[in-house]
Design a protein around this ligand. Structure first.
Ligand code: G3P
Ligand code: MG
Length: 233
């Protein structure tokens, strides 16, 4: 079962910063997940609509200029990363999940992604693109069929597996509250991998592993390694 650092190692470092990403891999994560916004002519790594929770700024993320955003302190002197900077943190044997929170223009977004991939010299097969917005994923898959797509869902609907298959997703990203062993079995039968968010408790980790879940998003990668691989943390 893959251990995916949720917003990096976000219990120990400021979430969605380069420091959190480096720490996640240091703690033995197989991958990291981070949240992204399309902003002006680039893609930035950020989770909230507003600035105040995770930075020393105020107001809405989308109302701030790129220059102002890049001057904010995102915790411990960290800046809000560019996508290209985040991709540079990925070791050669690891991968990352780019979650799209905001996408304004698909064509521009794809060009921005291409630029970030080229500048970080990361191969596209180490990226998993996910979103709760399946329209964006459909568009992205249409224009870049070689990209791997993950369908995010916060609820268990009868159709979530069918929907994920219909948009050519490879993975289904499911909330911990709604996952069941039957759901895992049905998704696997449909050819989908199952990743569960957000899993920080040891009983949940062990149960999900016993159900054959393929990966967990966790804020505590070192603890997950300890629980799942019996390693010190
Ligand atoms: O991608 C899994 C998880 O990150 C989705 O929820 O709000 O933590 O981005 P959120
Ligand atoms: Mg996320």
């Amino acid at each position: 079962m893959h251990i995916i650092g949720h917003r990096g190692a976000s219990r120990d470092r400021p979430e969605n910063t380069l420091s959190a990403f480096e720490e996640a891999f240091h703690q033995g994560a197989d991958a990291i997940e981070f949240d992204t916004y399309q902003h002006d002519d680039t893609i930035l790594v950020f989770h909230d609509r507003y600035l105040h929770r995770t930075t020393n700024g105020q107001g809405r993320f989308k109302d701030s200029s790129l220059a102002d955003l890049r001057h904010l302190d995102a915790g411990h002197g960290q800046t809000i990363p560019l996508l290209s900077e985040a991709l540079l943190c990925i070791p050669a044997d690891a991968w990352c999940n780019i979650e799209i929170k905001s996408l304004r223009d698909t064509q521009q977004w794809l060009e921005q992604l291409d630029k970030a991939i080229t500048s970080a010299r990361v191969s596209a097969d180490r990226l998993l693109i996910s979103s709760f917005n399946h329209h964006w994923l459909t568009d992205i898959k249409h224009h870049r069929p070689y990209l791997t797509i993950g369908a995010l869902t916060a609820s268990y609907t009868r159709n979530s597996i069918v929907d994920a298959t219909a948009i050519s997703a490879s993975t289904l990203h499911v909330a911990l509250d709604v996952i069941t062993p039957e759901y895992v079995r049905d998704a696997h039968n449909a050819g989908l991998k199952v990743y569960v968010y957000t899993v920080d408790g040891h009983l949940d980790m062990l149960e999900l592993e016993s159900w054959g879940v393929d990966g967990i998003f966790t804020n505590v990668p070192a603890f997950a390694r300890h629980v799942l691989h019996d390693e010190p943390h």
